[in-house]
Ligand binder design. Sequence first.
Ligand SMILES: [Fe+2]
Length: 354
Amino acid sequence: MLTEGSLSLELVGSVLAEDVFAKNKSIPLLRKGTILNERHIFVLQSHLHHNNLRMETCLFNQPSISVEKLEQNYKESLGQLKTIFEDLEATINGSASNQPLQKLEHMYTPMLNTIVAEDEHFELLKLLRKDDEFTYVHSLNVAVVSSIIGKLLKMDKAEILLLGETGILHDIGKLAIPLSVLKKNGKLDPEEWELIRNHTVEGVQILKKMGETRSKVIMGTLMHHERLDGSGYPYGVREDVIPFHAQIISVADTYDAITAVRPYKGEQSPIVAVMILMEETAKGKFDSAITVPFTKYLMDQFVGKRVVLNTGEQGTVITVYEDRPHCPLVYLGDNHYVDLRYDGTRSLKDVVSY
Ligand SMILES: [Fe+2]
């Protein structure tokens, strides 16, 4: 469907239906099919020979794979993982002795192929089940988010697969924790808290018993609650001691914890996750080499979207910057733009709706 739009920031995210030329009509400014961002609009406002553009239906944020297909892949993977985790639990508790880890090998392939083939991951992130009270749901979510981060960091397919498989296994130690502790609503006593913290070490023991030998999977399981500033657990180690691969699992684990519904909190938006991840990065807990590209990707999805600031003001995200994605340029209306990188009083709080 073609529409005509006047040249304004309202067109951010729309697709050009024809080539557009500069005032002398000989210099092509942008080609048909370009998805307009704010920079295009500013350039066109200065140089275009007319004030109207023919646009195709807005395709912004739409992946080439259908959402239905993504959803089908995700649900099928969840179903398979549920069965595998039931086998794992039976094996851990001694009531079975099969080799459930072998079944993981092909289970993740459809998700992996989707992530490797596609550049638009946001639809998949939006599909992730938020009610991740079951370990297998959280595990698949962390696998998907870790793989997306690996893709954003331009890792090869084998590395992305390894991130996914580590994500699936990183909380396996939780299968050995009694449900009464794992699902306890009230405050944990010190012994119960110790049991929870021990899921990393316990996870490694389980993996080794089941024949897992890949060091990245083992270290990711052991260290996904460690933090670069030494504030994590089980060992409180710092920086270089924590493998990069394990740090990616930590960031993905944190993202899923923020965006999921938990007994003590509701679902929070990816913008809230961006702000928390960057806050933790500023405190020295996460590596900006991971959080900046990931949050840049997330923030890019909100260009043109309405957001709310800490002051209660609402505005539209105009430009997301490479180095500080959580501090975009926001249009507040009445010709008032605010660059959050340089505004000492304002910061991004949340998206109005997404
Ligand atoms: Fe964990």
